[in-house]
Design a protein. Structure first.
Length: 298
């Protein structure tokens, strides 16, 4: 049996970094357009990773059969995902986005059922229902309940990011070749940067402040370069269901960090919605892991 301690620990560290990324995005989009800020982030990451890849593994190449899937990964996991996420953070609170992103395991379950006819137990159905209730609580927690308010549009955009990530997981879970994590990450980020590059022509380009530059560097190096390499590694070692379960950690960390660092107002409904979603995701993730009949016999 393979030692799974390293990928589990790496997954926890990754979620800490990604939970702080929402705060950095919030700071950046105050000055730079959401799409352009994503381009800056991934263009810098692409340059760094490409240099590392060519110096350390000069003979690493993507098989012809996998090139299209790598490009799709860059489209859905980089470009489309972060267009949704950055615009979501620009329109609603960073903590709200983190909480809604935490529903990825539940929607992963729905996609498994839809495309692979995976059986849904009563526990999974109950957990999925709880998470959907949590989503409704978050979206309806505004002072004025309206689907067309700025905050609600931001919440809906966050759900768009969720669906984009589901496609990314499907694309990246099965390659013909056996690649290092850095190889897949580098080429996907290069493709993502290419898809985001038109933002240079449709956004106002100006020199950002030092604070924004530092946050872009943090997102590029830690959340993108290190983060995506770690995610691809954990995805291969743990599988999509387990790695997405670790996303449960993000909303709690982001909620606390946003209140402490950004002075965001945390409402009781946000806390309730967060708890309900995490409960639902936990039930979905651990359903079937325990055999209660055996426990009764002990």
């Amino acid at each position: 049996m393979k030692n799974k301690k390293t990928p589990h620990l790496m997954a926890i560290i990754l979620m800490v970094m990604w939970s702080l990324s929402y705060l950095s995005i919030k700071v950046i989009v105050e000055e730079v357009s959401p799409t352009l800020s994503a381009f800056y982030r991934f263009m810098l990451a692409a340059v760094i990773l490409f240099i590392i890849l060519k110096v350390k593994y000069p003979h690493e190449k993507i098989l012809k059969e996998d090139k299209f899937k790598v490009a799709l990964g860059g489209l859905f996991g980089i470009a489309i995902y972060f267009i949704f996420e950055n615009y979501a953070v620009a329109n609603t609170s960073a903590s709200n986005v983190a909480i809604l992103i935490a529903t990825i395991p539940v929607f992963t379950l729905f996609s498994q059922r839809m495309f692979y006819k995976e059986k849904m137990s009563y526990g999974k159905i109950f957990g999925a229902t709880l998470s959907l209730v949590g989503i409704v609580i978050i979206i309806a927690s505004k002072e004025r309940v309206s689907l067309f308010s700025k905050g609600s549009i931001g919440d809906i955009l966050a759900l768009g990011a969720v669906f984009s990530w589901l496609i990314y997981n499907r694309v990246c879970s099965n390659f013909k070749g056996n690649y290092r994590s850095i190889t897949i990450t580098t080429y996907q980020i290069m493709w993502g940067s290419l898809f985001l590059s038109p933002s240079l022509f449709f956004s106002t380009v100006k020199m950002p402040s030092t604070t924004v530059v530092l946050n872009i560097v943090f997102l590029s190096i830690f959340c993108s370069c290190i983060g995506y390499i770690a995610y691809i590694y954990c995805l291969k070692q743990l599988g999509a269901t387990i790695i997405t379960t670790y996303i449960n950690l993000q909303p709690v960390m982001s909620l606390i960090a946003a209140a402490v660092i950004l002075n965001e107002v945390v409402t009781i409904w946000q806390v309730i919605g967060c708890i309900v979603i995490i409960m639902g995701v936990t039930i979905v993730s651990f359903d079937g892991k325990f055999n209660f009949k055996k426990l009764k016999k002990v």
